[in-house]
Design a protein around this ligand. Structure first.
Ligand SMILES: Nc1ncnc2c1ncn2[C@@H]1O[C@H](COP(=O)(O)OP(=O)(O)OP(=O)(O)O)[C@@H](O)[C@H]1O
Length: 830
């Protein structure tokens, strides 16, 4: 170093100055000098700024190469097939990202992707993995793709020089005993440095905090690898099984300090100690859906308007569209009918998910028919399409079935040729090529466009194949049942011995079986008879339907009998588990009123608790499908799900029976509140309404105020942690003032301020029934506090009052002290 410095110095002042500029601009090469540059507050002179520095540092060059490759790789939405690629930049639409606590409590929605990396909602400061979960097709992979794309275009404000993306399913493609080094895993399976590999790798080991990883689909790891025997890999130089590398990177044993984003389907568990943050993807909000519609149909405004009108009139279809994958399928169908037949209407308004997938299959199958072969406006019927392509359907069904049986989603050349899949079938777009993870570069491997499509074809194969025995037909149901039993036992064991090791394979996920069962119910439903009578013998299909019906009758009855029950507050409560939601989905797909009636009869409870059941908006149609058969009045608790405004709409047929409606933490907004008010006021039987932690603003408070005024039985109203200000607060207070029944009001965590507090003070004076009131966390200060203290002097109903975390001064405290001398009813003042 001394020699170099002397030599540079001997060349004169300008050479020395330029030399410092090089050290400054080649950041990665001279990273150790950064603190020195900061300390001396170095700024190149104006003259020097005009000089260019060619950065030949291998780390910088590699980082640039990674960016360049990622820009290319992420340009198109990965699910769009062959010729139909859509630019990510143009198509990506925001979805709802909900930040949650360790125990799954909502901490609000994230604003933008960069917020994933901030300090908000950190569960564990030592954890390095940001864990994103969500239902099938909700957009987890696309979100990662967007992150990768933003990073590659330097639009992601996060300090990372290296970005590695992995699909977790790759890790199970390695045989037991196979070993890979960390260096190979990073370079060979992502992007290879052009020069000085060792130097780049050393840099990464020295500065792991400059690495960002995304691991997509933790639930998709299917491995017989014994997890308990995963070795701790503390040396980055020892080759080991790739799954061990993955687990050690995630836990921070390898490359400690690097950032990791891991995605998985809902309900997948990961070790708490590795978690930094937890985020749940909730799909499109109403606004997001409108934006996506405009983007999707950007060339045809009439189509846009028609689709939006159609969606508005059909809440169930709308709620299916809140899942981006289903939305894409439905919109693709609209597009097809528009371009091929010049009609925007979907033939027969689609209701169930099976209808949507059948429609998708029809559209894809018709792709091979050249448009000029179809006379415009002459719609080729679904029956005709399916009949003419029966062989294709059978081949795809067989392939899917084989894979599902083995929980295998990737098909190699051998598997493809075992069902004689010709090239033309591949052109239809149901299958897409997979990039290669192993060394068989010359082999073609395929996967279904989406795992739910594989489930659909598996179900189709079960229906169409004449040789399917009754045992085989119901096999995936038994599979789910036994896993459910295991899960419940595990749950019980954990309750009894919380620290005991859990034997369950964390990668075990049965959603592909659940989807297969659901599609089977849909395909065997009576209204699909017309379609299938040309594909399967009549007697066979009738036999299968009867078998399925008998099975559903029995399992629903038995399942409901086994659910935990509790007699409380005059109600007979039943707590359902997420598996129950799958049962309801299956029943809904059958569209059989008989089965719906039986399920309703089997519930034998008047308080149905479906909290934390992963119910989404479209599940409300399934809930309604069963509950509308109940003859008695019911309480329905749906707290902590994702039903949003569409779900509220779908519950409309139930409201005539509901005396308790609990919809806390469900992304309900003002339009959901409007529906609630219209419906609840019609029947006036509501006693208890809970809407804690939703997105209701002052506009929604107007509707809630109407409910208070017009429903004489309403006793409990919880509307804490919404977005209500003084305007909405005043309206609610006025309504409460007029109500003679209201007993318990929770307004905790809004922003009603002094103006709102004054209105509540008015309501409190001589109120006949209000006993519990919470105005905690509401930005109330001196004026509001004084009014409340004065009002309480004239009140003899309130026993418990929460005013925690407002901004009272000593004067207000004095007023409260005075009030307490007079008020003899108040028991608890917080
Ligand atoms: N933010 C988005 N904007 C536009 N389209 C989206 C978005 N997210 C998802 N999609 C559409 O939905 C499809 C499925 O999304 P994606 O594969 O990301 O779901 P996923 O949650 O990873 O599903 P799975 O758990 O089944 O793997 C995408 O191919 C795309 O068509």
């Amino acid at each position: 170093v001394r020699k170099i410095l002397d030599q540079v110095q001997s060349k004169g002042e300008e050479a020395s100055e330029y030399f410092v500029l090089i050290l400054y601009q080649a950041t990665d090469a001279y990273i150790d000098l950064r603190p020195w540059f900061d300390a001396i507050n170095y700024r190149p002179s104006e003259y020097m700024q005009s000089k260019s520095v060619i950065n030949t540092d291998p780390v910088s060059q590699y980082s640039a190469k990674l960016k360049q490759e990622l820009v290319q790789d992420t340009k198109f939405m990965s699910s769009y097939v062959q010729k139909e690629e859509m630019l990510l930049e143009e198509t990506y639409t925001d979805t709802i990202m909900e930040l949650v606590s360790e125990v799954q409590e909502s901490l609000g929605n994230l604003k933008g992707l960069t917020a994933l990396f901030d300090e908000n909602g950190v569960i564990n400061k030592d954890g390095e993995t940001i864990f994103i979960t969500g239902d099938a097709g909700v957009g987890k992979s696309i979100l990662l793709q967007k992150l990768q794309n933003m990073w590659a275009k330097s639009k992601l404000s996060v300090n990372a020089k290296f970005f590695y993306k992995f699909r977790c399913r790759m890790f199970s493609t390695f045989r037991e005993g196979e070993e890979v080094s960390l260096k190979d895993l990073l370079f060979k399976y992502n992007c290879y440095p052009d020069h000085d590999i060792e130097e780049v790798f050393d840099y990464m080991l020295k500065y792991p905090d400059t690495i960002l990883f995304t691991f997509d689909g933790f639930d998709e790891i299917h491995s017989d690898f014994d997890l308990d025997s995963i070795p701790e890999v503390s040396s980055p130089f020892h080759p080991t099984h790739p799954l061990a590398l993955l687990m050690n990177i995630l836990s921070g044993k390898l490359l400690r300090g690097s950032r990791k984003i891991l995605t998985a389907r809902t309900d997948t568990e990961v070790e708490k100690k590795i978690l930094r943050k937890k985020v749940i993807l909730r799909g499109f909000s109403n606004d997001n859906l409108q934006r996506y519609t405009r983007i999707f149909f950007k060339d045809t405004e009439t189509c846009q308007t028609l689709v939006l009108t159609h969606l508005k009139a059909n809440p169930h279809l709308c709620s299916l569209c809140s899942v981006p994958l289903f939305c894409w399928i439905i919109f693709k169908c609209y597009q097809h009918f528009h371009s091929a037949y010049n009609t925007e209407q979907l033939p027969d308004c689609s209701v169930t998910l099976t209808d949507v997938y059948l429609l998708m299959a029809e559209v894809f199958l018709n792709r091979s028919v050249k448009t000029n072969q179809i006379k415009k406006k002459q719609v080729r019927s679904q029956v005709e399409t399916f009949m003419s392509k029966k062989e294709v359907l059978i081949r795809l069904g067989k392939l899917a079935h084989k894979g599902t049986e083995k929980t295998d989603f990737i098909f190699n050349e051998e598997e493809m040729s075992s069902v004689n899949m010709p090239e033309q079938d591949l052109q239809l777009g149901f299958l897409r090529p997979v990039s290669h993870y192993d060394d068989c570069e010359n082999q073609s491997t395929y996967e279904f466009l989406h795992s739910t499509l594989q489930s659909f074809f598996t179900a189709l194969s079960l229906v169409v194949d004449d040789d399917v025995s009754s045992k085989k037909l119901l096999r995936f149901f038994s599979e789910c049942e036994s896993q459910e039993l295991q899960r419940n036992t595990t749950f019980l064991c954990q309750c009894l011995r919380p620290n005991a090791p859990v034997g369950k394979d964390p990668f075990q996920n049965n959603e592909h079986f659940q989807f297969t069962n659901m599609f089977l119910c849909g395909l065997l439903s009576k209204n699909k008879h017309k379609l299938f009578k040309h594909l399967v013998s009549d007697s066979n299909i009738k036999k299968k339907r009867a078998l399925l019906k008998a099975y559903l009758f029995n399992t629903v009855k038995n399942h409901l009998k086994k659910l935990p029950r509790l007699k409380m507050d005059g109600h007979n409560r039943v707590q359902a588990m997420p598996h129950f939601i799958w049962m309801l989905r299956c029943i809904y797909e059958t569209q059989s009123e008989d089965i719906g009636k039986l399920a309703a009869k089997g519930i034998c409870a008047d308080y149905i608790k479906l909290t934390y059941c992963n119910a989404c908006s479209s599940d409300c149609s399934a809930i309604t499908f069963v509950l509308h058969h109940c003859s008695k009045q019911l309480a329905l608790e749906l707290d902590n799900n994702n039903i949003n405004d569409y779900g509220v709409k779908e519950l409309i047929p139930c409201f005539s029976k509901l005396t308790v409606v609990r919809l806390s933490v469900n992304q309900v907004t003002d339009s959901g509140a409007e529906v609630l008010s219209e419906e609840l006021i019609k029947y006036k039987i509501i006693k208890h309404l809970t809407l804690y932690k939703n997105q209701i603003t002052d506009a929604g408070a107007v509707h809630i105020a109407k409910i208070i005024e017009e429903c004489p039985n309403l006793r409990i109203l919880k509307i804490g942690i919404n977005k209500i200000t003084s305007v909405g607060g005043k309206m609610l207070a006025c309504a409460i003032q007029r109500s003679k029944s209201i007993f318990d009001v929770g307004m905790w965590g809004n922003r009603i301020g002094d103006e709102g507090a004054k209105a509540f003070a008015e309501a409190l004076k001589n109120h006949p029934s209000l006993t519990n009131l919470s105005l905690a966390f509401n930005g109330i200060s001196t004026e509001g506090g004084k009014s409340i203290a004065a009002a309480l002097q004239e009140n003899s109903s309130v026993r418990i009052f929460w005013l925690t975390k407002n901004e009272f001064n000593d004067e207000v405290a004095g007023r409260f002290a005075e009030m307490l001398k007079v008020n003899t009813t108040l028991r608890n003042l917080w």
